[in-house]
Design a protein around this ligand. Sequence first.
Ligand code: MLT
Length: 240
Amino acid sequence: MGKGEPLVLLHGFPLDRRMWEAQVAELSSQWRVIAPDLRGFGQSVSEEPFTIESLADDVHQLLAGMNAIPCILGGLSMGGYTALAYVRKYPADLRGLILVDTKAAADDPQQREGRAKMIELVRREGARAVADQMLPRTRPAIARAVRAMMEACPAKTIEHALAAMRDRPDRTAELASISIPSLIVVGDADVITPVAVAQSMQMQIPNAMLAVIRGAGHMTPMEQPGQVNQALRRFVSIVQ
Ligand code: MLT
């Protein structure tokens, strides 16, 4: 939606483009905001397995077809893992990078085990059981909207995404070579990717900015759209 500098926003797991509704609605008055459904999520129908890197390739192909290269690319959590894969592979096609409630580190052995358990759960009981397990970590004010997205996510996609996240490489060592303007956004009460993780990324990415969002957990764009939109607006204005 909108015209001007392309601002691309990649959703988290197991969600879809609707998590960016408040950003699309407000920021499209100034920029061309593109919030795609990643492969298999939302309205993207696919049963193909994928990796985080292949998701980045999908996004690149999509943006090329929409004449939206170069762009400013942002992603939340799994969308952030994808944005980090993208900046590694297509640095010349980016004007700016926005990392929201995400991290560069790979899964540790315990997290990998958790992925395997969740794969079993989704195979056995479907998307609703995954939503039941994840929702206690979601703030009540947005729980309904988040549940709707989670339950709409095909079980196969959940399985593929869990395997993709489990197998993603550690990108910590790559942070120092990111040479485009970057913004890191994190909720002050994010327990999945805490403020300390965001601060450490800020120290490693040259000249990165950091916005700590007050009164937010892991889903800052939905929980505190006003603060997040302000941070994005400021960043895009500087970069474009
Ligand atoms: C997400 O929000 O995309 C997930 O929490 C990411 C993850 O499980 O690593």
